[in-house]
Write a protein that binds this ligand. Structure first.
Ligand SMILES: Cc1cc2nc3c(=O)[nH]c(=O)nc-3n(C[C@H](O)[C@H](O)[C@H](O)COP(=O)(O)OP(=O)(O)OC[C@H]3O[C@@H](n4cnc5c(N)ncnc54)[C@H](O)[C@@H]3O)c2cc1C
Length: 396
């Protein structure tokens, strides 16, 4: 009997999981996606950076699965003729006070096995990025960019070629365990699976509730807004220029990112959103659920200063520009135009702590991805292997 496994969500994580379960376990997989295309949310609205593993605490899932994920993704892109460019990253200290944190970052990168990491002084960093300024930098030459939506589309093709199906326009509305199966209502259809894996990103809490899984974390959406560089200003950036991150947050700070195809993005900031799919300020759809979670208010209380700064940056282009000019001072307001943003699904604990690592829970026959923020796109193929090892085996 072939094992039937359902996967909720056709983002890069859900699709990678489906492909892995079909190849490694020979399962018959069905991916249920509410939107009319794959990669419609986080997968299609991100910076497109293949992170090398610089930031994550050694020994964490993020550290391990990011390094494994980079190798798998590079190989996958090569095998399918998908774009993958090692443009390199500079993490730049803009003042002396940031130097100890920069040095700690270099140490962490080495502990995580990131190849080729070098510590540069103010002159050497300009050899890599001639228009950047700073007192010192860490250079990661193999940090890359890729087209995550294209990877997701290719993964969906793989799933189909392996005998599985990706059902678009199938929002999962209800589920229950009955007669040894997980019954799922999606759109107007009913499915019965032996196992179900939930990779629903911003929709995680709603699906977790259907599965009867409460738990002590909830998704809090953080909008990430971008500007794009216009015309010749794009030539001011060769690769990726990042600030030294604030260790209190999982977000990396406004950075300059070269894109596949030649564009350059500035961003993203991190603004608390009032809807899970809150791509705009005016969307208040889930304000009650989001503010009703005790962790949200505790987090807001602890980090209100940063929150106010992020809101200001969201409303005032000048604030955004100021952040970018710390690293590339030649930029002017005329060089920046608004670009589409994304919304991060970030798990927040009841005590207000931002959950740093990837989190995967198992509840009976249901495996729930509870936290898969950046670098989950980078790590997706490795997360898929990790999850395939967790999905409980069928006892025959
Ligand atoms: C602004 C921003 C910048 C980022 N930059 C990077 C980066 O440079 N590098 C990197 O590695 N990562 C980055 N990330 C993180 C990365 O994009 C995500 O970690 C990754 O895409 C998560 O993939 P996913 O499949 O879990 O989620 P998603 O892509 O969000 O997919 C979840 C899917 O589940 C579907 N769904 C939800 N509820 C239901 C339901 N009830 N029924 C059916 N379907 C449902 C949704 O429609 C969606 O398609 C960034 C994220 C953002 C937002």
């Amino acid at each position: 009997m072939t094992e039937k496994i359902g996967v909720v969500g056709a983002g890069i994580v859900g699709l990678a999981v489906a492909r892995e379960l079909a190849t490694a376990r020979g399962a018959e997989v069905t991916v249920l996606e509410k939107e009319g295309r794959v990669g419609a949310h986080q997968t299609g609205h991100n910076s497109g950076v293949v992170h090398a593993g610089i930031y994550y605490p050694p020994g964490s899932l993020k550290a391990r699965l990011c390094r494994e994920g980079v190798a798998l993704l590079k190989e996958y892109c090569a095998a399918h003729a998908l774009p993958y460019e090692e443009v390199g990253k500079l993490v730049v200290a803009s003042n002396r006070a940031e130097r100890p944190r920069l040095a700690a970052l270099a140490e962490r990168a080495r502990a995580n096995g990131v190849p080729g990491v070098a510590e540069l002084d103010a002159l050497a960093l300009r050899e890599i990025e001639p228009h950047a300024v700073g007192v010192a930098a860490v250079h990661s030459p193999h940090t890359a960019i890729c087209d995550f939506p294209a990877v997701a589309r290719r993964l969906a093709l793989d799933v189909a070629e392996l005998g599985g199906s990706v059902r678009l326009g199938h929002p999962v509305r209800a589920m229950r365990e009955r007669a040894g199966k997980v019954e799922v209502v999606a759109g107007r259809r009913r499915f019965a699976f032996d196992r179900l894996v939930v990779c629903a990103g911003l929709g995680t809490d709603a699906v977790a509730r259907m599965a009867g899984a409460g738990g002590d974390v909830r998704i809090v959406p953080f909008r990430g807004e971008y500007y794009a560089l216009r015309g010749a200003a794009r030539d001011l950036v060769r690769g990726l220029i990042y600030p030294v991150p604030d260790p209190r947050y999982p977000f990396l700070g406004v950075h300059l990112t070269r894109r596949i195809g030649g564009g350059v993005l500035v961003g993203p900031n991190a603004v608390l959103a009032t809807a899970y799919e809150g791509y705009r300020w005016s969307n208040f759809r889930n304000v009650r659920q989001i503010l009703g979670w005790p962790g949200t208010l505790r987090m807001a209380r602890a980090h209100w200063r940063t929150g106010v700064k992020e809101v200001y940056g969201s409303l005032a282009k000048s604030a955004f520009l100021m952040d970018a000019r710390r690293y590339v001072p030649e930029l002017t307001a005329a060089d920046l135009e608004r670009a589409p943003g994304g919304v991060r699904a970030q798990a927040v604990a009841r005590d207000g702590g931002l959950v740093d690592d990837f989190v995967v829970d198992v509840r009976g026959k249901v495996v729930l991805v509870r936290n898969a923020p950046s670098p989950a796109a980078t790590s997706s193929l490795a997360i898929a292997r990790h999850i395939a090892g967790i999905v409980p085996a069928l006892v025959r």
